[in-house]
Design a protein around this ligand. Structure first.
Ligand code: NQM
Length: 381
């Protein structure tokens, strides 16, 4: 047994978009997955509704972890594994990715020496391990240094920061294997029209009005509606099976979206559930996926979203705290509409650098030899 009562793990705490959490190098965490998950639970202070004994923020959006490593895949700079650490259950879910935490991966990779910075911006090609897809993040690096300062604002984050443009490719069916896992643009569940879709995030898209809602309610109002939440969960469990995800009772996907006509000049209004709590805004890949549902002819959005023409379509997706714009590059081939690329802007900021401490009883850390090898690798990066 070690003499030390705590194990220090090198870590950067980052805000990525509207999420926040610790970013680790994979080489600084246990290789064994069961130990890794115990370390992540201890680091965040889970399970506990207040996460008082860890750095988690007692909310799904601030109970997220990014694990980054140099990639050995051709044409890829870094691999990013996302972990959703449950706040109140001893559970770590790596089924979906998180597009908000993704915004922090580029700056982290440059600052930790995994990618050499260019002037004035550095494209970082990222393999999203959870979904097997690729994103390119354009990190502002004037003079070869990451800057977080800029004029871009995103809904849900006060102030402005440097814009990080993110381009996604090949997100269709990232988790379910097909954009429309049931083979249909429109299904019926519990007597309701539903579009079951995965363009980076498995989602069930429903019309708010079909559930007796306007779609303009505040998240707190929806969160306290136990009848609505029970109905959504029953639909989610049924839809999860139909989407090939098996029993999703203990999984965070599929996520749920209620859509309604826009209120502020956008294309559609949304209330999304992640999956049991209403999001104060909307997740990144949730926006990409709901946006895709809005573009597909014959989906649940057909009487809500005005169709647009052209190979490039820009959708403004309204949500409880503003809007989220996504640009889609589309291709029509033999009666099928394909999203070739989706692009959007996020911001991020490194908040703290140091060592995150977990009890040595959870993990004693890597052996001296392994740590020395890791530091040598970093020096030669
Ligand atoms: O959809 C929320 C978020 C997300 C996920 C969640 C996300 C995405 O807003 O890509 O970013 O689903 O827990 O961070």
């Amino acid at each position: 047994m070690s003499q030390m009562s705590q194990t220090g793990i090198p870590c950067t705490l980052m805000r990525g978009g509207t999420s926040k959490g610790p970013f680790f190098l994979a080489s600084d965490l246990p290789d064994d997955m069961a130990t890794r998950d115990r370390v992540l639970l201890a680091a965040m202070g889970s399970p506990d509704v207040r996460q008082i004994d860890g750095v988690g923020g007692a909310d799904p959006l601030t109970s997220k972890v990014a694990i980054v490593s140099r990639s050995s895949r051709p044409g890829i700079d870094v691999d990013y594994l996302f972990a959703q650490v449950s706040v109140d259950r001893p559970r770590v879910d790596v089924t979906p990715t998180c597009g908000n935490m993704l915004a922090g991966v580029g700056p982290f990779a440059v600052e930790r020496g995994l990618v050499r910075a260019k002037n004035p911006s550095t494209p970082v090609t990222i393999y999203l391990v959870n979904t097997g897809t690729v994103a390119v993040a354009h990190v502002p690096t004037p003079g070869g240094k990451v800057t977080y300062v800029g004029e871009s604002s995103i809904a849900g984050v006060p102030g402005t920061a440097a814009a990080i443009r993110i381009d996604f490719r090949d997100t269709a069916g990232a988790v379910c294997g097909a954009l429309l896992p049931t083979g249909n643009t429109l299904d019926q569940i519990d007597g309701l029209d539903a579009t079951l879709i995965d363009n980076g995030m498995p989602m069930v898209v429903l019309r708010a009005s079909d559930l007796g809602k306007s779609g303009y309610e505040l998240p707190a109002e929806l969160n306290s509606d136990q009848k609505l939440k029970a109905r959504l969960e029953a639909i989610r469990i049924f839809a999860g099976e139909r989407m090939g995800l098996g029993n999703v009772r203990s999984k965070v996907v599929p996520k749920m979206a209620l859509i309604a006509p826009p209120q502020s000049g956008g294309h559609v209004m949304t209330r999304t559930f992640i999956p049991h709590k209403c999001h104060p805004a909307i997740g990144v890949l949730m926006a990409v996926t709901v946006g895709t549902a809005c573009i597909l002819p014959g989906s649940v959005a057909r009487n809500i979203v005005r169709p647009q023409d052209g190979a490039i379509q820009r959708l403004s997706i309204e949500h409880p705290t503003g809007e989220f714009s996504v640009e889609f590059q589309l291709e029509h081939s033999v009666g099928e509409l394909k999203v070739m690329r989706s692009s959007l802007v996020r911001t991020a900021r490194a908040l703290f650098r140091g060592e995150l401490l977990v009890p040595a009883s959870v993990w004693e850390g890597k052996s001296r030899a392994t740590s020395a090898d890791v530091s040598r690798t970093m020096e030669h990066a």
